[in-house]
Design a protein around this ligand. Structure first.
Ligand SMILES: [Zn+2]
Ligand SMILES: [Zn+2]
Length: 632
């Protein structure tokens, strides 16, 4: 007998040689139909693998993370199977599962995008044939090499294998593989798969090697999930901030400064609104807002530890024969300001904010719009406080984070990361700090995910992930306790006992990078910015030339009231101008003609096509101002 233990802690005895599928059947027929592979201790195995020893067993379904991995892996073989039927001369090389699906690289497969439909059709045919997958253990490496002798790529891979090559045989198709596989191709009847695109890829990614044909496929546990993914992707493409950024004249990126965005007037308007909003919230909580230079002496970076641990990402130069660095973080600058005055316990907490421009070197290959850049502005702040004040300060920050994200209609999730293996500071300090963070989260009745051991070496942290309109998650905000910097820079305050004490430092950012947050907002709103941050709040459209002067006067009145307003006086039809204003995501489109000119009114429309009718423009200005203040 063998003793099988299950994830729920239960265990049961079975005859030696029992398979995961037998066990699934003994539990229920439904389960047996749903499972596609199993995990035996830490090894992924086929459902028909006989079990010889006591073991932990997890039965995997396609909607488990590991089950999905097996499904995607098997789908890559299904693709190779179909390709070999249609193009017998093609040579399959490698085909791993990836996020959302899989790919497979083939040599000698000259196909075009149009051919994918035909290949996919063949895959569906194989699915209908319900072909079983049969595991073949090769007697020796040489035996495997003989089997694959016509495919030099497989031979190369076999030579690199440790002992024991295995293959899977699907009737008329055999492929080198470690496994595990779904039991038969009929499993894909319930799954959702689709061939996606073709690309060129060098064998082993080396440009000296031959260029192969890579076919990308999508694969999900159900058709419904595949459809949801396709819909999401289509929406995301429409909302791509790089595309909308150009269309709406928000920003541009130039070869002269890769990864360093240029904000145009419309983009910079949003950018400054974000800073203004945050500053207002910070002033309310008694923050000081400071500004430090971006180039600082090497010595400071040695003291902070960046020189030793972050050099690869920093930019350097020399000034007056001195080594200097462009700051990658704002903390040392804030610390220099803290140290200019003496601090008493009565002054704490001291909250110092900086909208600090930082530069960090990223490889050119990973740069992407506003999401991955080489310079950005953080809405950074450092709170210097006593250990006893940590909890109340964190609660204040959690409230602030909530107010800020809610203003943009974001839901968010929270993660708490605790002491890693290599950590600075005593265990007691860490435990106390982690307790303060946990207590603060519990006080606010926040659900949070615990990441044990994921904290920074200098202190535990709370991270905030916003969820956008498409359900995508973005890590933005962070609250990090730090016991290390105050030591390194010998920060002190005078306690009630007149003795010197070490303050704790809390690093915190809520937008994170303003550039990236703006990119997220563009996609979240699909360019339809709410009035309070919109760069195009009002556009006045004169019907004929004789209304142009009145249109300009009206626009000037809106601008004088602090509202962004422009005039479209082009000699186009009114309909066309209204349509373009809608595409430009103008919040209020004001049409003026004879009637409006006569009685000081404007005809108000919104970008969704609603006509709100004629209004006295002075009254409309007040209504717009109110709406901006309300941040609707
Ligand atoms: Zn395989
Ligand atoms: Zn910092």
């Amino acid at each position: 007998m063998v003793k099988i233990s299950f994830p729920d802690g239960s265990s049961k005895e079975y005859d030696r040689g029992v398979t995961p599928l037998d066990i699934a059947k003994s539990i229920s027929e439904g389960l047996a139909r749903a499972v596609i592979a199993a995990k035996l201790n830490d090894e992924l195995v086929d459902l028909n693998r006989p079990i010889q020893k006591d073991a932990q067993l997890t039965l995997l379904k396609p909607d488990d993370k590991e089950g999905l991995f097996v499904l995607r892996h098997s789908c890559a073989h299904l693709l190779a199977h179909a390709v070999k039927r249609l193009y017998p001369k093609a040579k399959p090389t490698i085909g791993p599962p990836i996020e959302n699906g899989f790919y497979y690289d083939f040599d000698n497969l000259p196909i075009k995008d149009d051919d994918l439909a035909k290949i996919e059709q063949e895959m569906r045919k194989i699915v209908k044939e319900k072909i079983p997958a049969e595991r073949v253990e090769h007697k020796s490496k040489q035996d495997a090499i003989t089997t694959y002798k016509s495919n030099k790529y497989k031979v190369e891979m076999i030579k690199e294998l440790g002992e024991g090559a295995s293959s899977y045989k699907h009737k008329d198709f055999q492929d080198l593989c470690r496994g595990p596989h779904v039991a038969h191709s009929g499993v894909f009847e319930k799954a959702g798969f689709k061939l996606d695109k073709i690309a060129g890829a060098y064998w082993r990614g080396k440009s000296a090697n031959k260029m192969l044909t890579r076919i990308y496929g999508l694969c999900f546990s159900t058709k419904k999930e595949l459809d949801a993914f396709l819909h999401m992707r289509e929406e995301a493409e429409k909302r791509d901030h790089r595309k909308l950024g150009q269309q709406l004249g928000l920003f541009s990126i130039h070869d002269e400064a890769p990864g360093m965005p240029f904000f145009h007037d419309n983009g910079y308007h949003i950018y400054t609104r974000l800073i203004e909003f945050m500053s207002m919230e910070m002033r309310r909580l008694g923050y000081e807002i400071v500004r430090a230079p971006i180039i600082l002496n090497k010595q400071l970076w040695k003291q902070s530890g960046h020189w030793d641990h972050y050099k690869e990402n920093m930019y350097f130069t020399k000034i007056d024969q001195q080594d200097v660095a462009v700051k990658p973080m704002n903390c040392p600058g804030n610390i220099l300001i803290y140290k200019t005055t003496r601090h008493s316990y009565r002054d704490l907490p001291m909250k110092m904010g900086e909208f600090g421009l930082v530069h960090r070197h990223e490889l050119s290959g990973v740069l992407s719009g506003l999401f991955r850049v080489r310079c950005f502005t953080q809405d950074d702040a450092h709170i210097f406080c006593t250990e006893e004040q940590i909890k109340e300060q964190v609660i204040e920050l959690i409230d602030l984070v909530h107010r800020v994200y809610s203003a943009f209609g974001f839901d968010y999730s929270v993660e708490l990361s605790t002491r890693p293996e290599k950590a600075m500071g005593s265990k007691q300090i860490w435990e106390a700090a982690e307790q303060s963070l946990t207590a603060a989260l519990q006080d606010k009745q926040m659900d949070f995910q615990l990441n044990p051991g994921d904290g920074a070496f200098y202190g535990p942290k709370i991270d905030f992930h916003v969820k956008d309109a498409l359900g995508r998650s973005w890590q933005c905000g962070t609250i990090q306790l730090d016991f290390s910097m105050p030591e390194k820079f010998d920060l002190v305050y005078e306690g009630a006992d007149s003795k010197k004490h070490r303050p704790v430092m809390i690093h915190r950012a809520i937008y994170g990078s303003i550039e990236r947050f703006l990119g997220i907002l563009i996609e979240h709103y699909a360019g339809k910015f709410p009035l309070w941050i919109s760069p195009r709040q009002v556009r006045v459209i004169p019907i004929a030339d004789r209304h142009a002067k009145y249109a300009s006067e009206v626009a000037a009145e809106y601008r004088a009231a602090g509202i962004r307003a422009e005039v479209d006086a082009r000699a186009e039809t009114t309909n066309k101008k209204v349509r373009e204003a809608q595409l430009d995501q103008v919040n209020y489109i004001l049409v003026v003609g004879d009637k409006e000119l006569g009685d000081g009114t404007v005809n108000v429309r919104t970008r969704d096509g609603t006509v709100h009718g004629t209004k006295k423009y002075r009254e409309h200005i007040k209504a717009v101002q109110k709406e901006i203040i309300a941040r609707k």
